[in-house]
Every structure is written in C-alpha cells, then in structure tokens.
Design a protein around this ligand. Sequence first.
Ligand SMILES: NC(=O)C1=CN([C@@H]2O[C@H](COP(=O)(O)OP(=O)(O)OC[C@H]3O[C@@H](n4cnc5c(N)ncnc54)[C@H](OP(=O)(O)O)[C@@H]3O)[C@@H](O)[C@H]2O)C=CC1
Ligand SMILES: CC(=O)N[C@@H](CCC(=O)OP(=O)(O)O)C(=O)O
Length: 312
Amino acid sequence: MSYKVFVDGQEGTTGLQINEYLAKRDDITLLKIDSDKRKDLAERQRLINESDVTFLCLPDAAAKESVSLVNNPNTCVIDASTAHRVNPDWVFGLPELAADQRDKIRASKRIANPGCHASAFILALRPLVAAGLLPADSQIAANSITGYSGGGKSMIAEYESPERILAPRAYALGLAHKHLPEMQAYTGLSVAPIFQPIVGPFYKGLAVTCYLHPQQFSRAATPQQVRELLADYYQGERFIRVLPFDLNATTDGGFYNVEANNGSNHVDIAVYGTEERMLLIARLDNLGKGASGAAVQSMNVHLGVEESLGLV
Ligand SMILES: NC(=O)C1=CN([C@@H]2O[C@H](COP(=O)(O)OP(=O)(O)OC[C@H]3O[C@@H](n4cnc5c(N)ncnc54)[C@H](OP(=O)(O)O)[C@@H]3O)[C@@H](O)[C@H]2O)C=CC1
Ligand SMILES: CC(=O)N[C@@H](CCC(=O)OP(=O)(O)O)C(=O)O
C-alpha cells in the first residue's frame, strides 16, 4: 500500500522537513509541485485532491485558501498553521492529549497541528488540570525560549544575515501571542495564561517554563507527587519522557539545555522547586514535535500505520 502525500508549502521550513521525513519511506509517494507553480491555485487544487494526505505548511490565509480547494472527501488535510486549531470541525493533532485523541485523529479528515510553544505548554499542564490538582480558573504565567527557525524562512534569513542578532530577544510583549487560544482550550484552563516567549540566536530547540503557585492547588502536593501524576498520565507514551525529580540528573551543572531534544520527536517534562513554589519545564525540537514531527505522527495515527514510523 502506498499513500499519496502532497506538501503545500514544500519549500518552507516546515514543509522541507516533512519532505525529509517522508522521502525515506517506501509506503509514501510524494506528489511534488513544480517550484514555479507552488502558488498556482489550479495546480495546488489538482495535487491536493489527488492526495490521500495533504500537509499545509503555509501562512494562515493561504492554509484557509487551500482548505477551500478540497473536493475529494477522502483527502485528509493536516494543517501546520494556526488557522484551525480551535475550530470545532477540526481535531487537534496531539495524540498524547487524552485517551480518546488517537481515535479522533483516526476518524477525522481535518487535523490541526499544534503550535510549538502550545504543544509544550499543554503537555506540561493538562494532566494537572485533568486530575483536579490545578483548578481550571488558575492563571498560569509561562515563558518560552526558542530557536529562530520557529519564525520560518524570514526569521531564519534575518538571523543568518551578516548583521546577525546575537542577543536573546523577548517578544509577544502585548501578551496576546497567537497560541493563547489553543493553550487555554486544550489544557482545560478557563483563563488565558500570561505567556511571554524569547527567541535566541540558535537554530532550533524550545523549552516552555510554567510557573506554578502550589497555594493555588486544590490540595497539597510535593514536586515529587506532581512528577508522579505526570508520569502516570504519560505512561506508555513513546515520545513523552517525564524526567526524574533530580536537579543534578536533569541539568548540566544546574543549567537546563533547551536543545537536548533536537533532531527527535521527544518531549521532556521536568518538575523543579518545592511545596511552596514550583516550575514545570517542557522541551522539544520546535521543528520536530513542535511542527513537522508532530504532523507526521498525526498522519501515521490517521493512516493506522506504526505511529513512530520515520520518527526518532
Ligand atoms: N517554523 C516552525 O517552527 C513552525 C511553523 N508552524 C507553522 O507552519 C506554517 C509554515 O511555517 P514555516 O514553514 O515556518 O514558514 P516558512 O515561511 O518557512 O514557509 C512558508 C512557505 O509557504 C509558502 N507560501 C506562502 N504563501 C503561499 C501561497 N499563497 N501559496 C503557496 N505557498 C505559499 C512560502 O513560499 P516562499 O517559498 O515563496 O516564501 C514558503 O515556502 C505556518 O503557518 C507556521 O505558523 C508551525 C509550527 C512550528
Ligand atoms: C520564534 C517564533 O517566532 N516562533 C513562532 C511560533 C512558531 C510556531 O510553532 O507556531 P505556529 O505554528 O503557530 O506558527 C511565534 O512565537 O510566533
């Protein structure tokens, strides 16, 4: 069995990486668009409707346009953009979200791939909300440190120009980052978090840090108990590792390495602190589990092939 796959946006950062993952597979036939036709509506429409799976690796407006071109009911669309992530007609492409998420991904022809910061934030916090430990009306503060490839081709060009910027830069200071709606919806929080990311002068790697105030918990819990709760929630999940509660074992001399999962589809979640004040940190490769790896994982789930096929 060979599945036909089209990547709309094949020359962008996410699209290139998806092509790289899929080129090695013999169960996939990649439908390529001529470079000079990559923005040609008729040609995109032809390839989308010829495909079993189309990945949209485009800005939001172009992703919406591509969806309007679908007329083959068997074509599954996996959208890497922000356009459909909280749309009730779409399924959120995070298989580890909840016990029934894989069934939903299998059944739907419209899958929205999570944002990179949002994936880390949701995976760290949802188990605490689901267990009733973190009340749904808690307002969480969180930051993220990310490599510049998260900003796509234009930010990569900016950082790799001769006048490259070397200082880390805090952004989204209006506190209205585009991932807030999905962060809120899929953690089960009723209040949007205060989320403020920082982009640094390195290509990829991302870590979201959530600041927890245990006084807000519904019951007393030690960091070890929070760690156990996370470990139980993700038991059997191949791509999620809940790290031991051990500063020495999980840091390089006290420094947490945001690049440690680069080149893989893994997410590490760590708990630090005390019963008075706690941190949850989740790290991933923003182009792996934060984008292209997650998209391929969702495709595998949808097609019913081995979920980790082509992923490490
Ligand atoms: N980079 C990341 O870490 C992540 C990105 N995403 C999301 O994935 C999507 C793609 O992002 P990314 O790969 O980083 O972006 P890039 O800017 O690297 O690539 C976008 C691609 O889309 C093409 N494009 C733009 N408009 C159109 C159009 N109208 N028709 C056809 N092609 C078009 C661009 O063409 P051209 O080659 O001419 O520029 C480019 O190749 C975005 O929605 C982004 O938010 C999601 C998670 C993480
Ligand atoms: C460094 C940088 O700019 N990163 C992007 C997020 C990239 C990503 O995952 O998100 P989308 O899929 O929602 O684009 C940002 O923070 O807006």
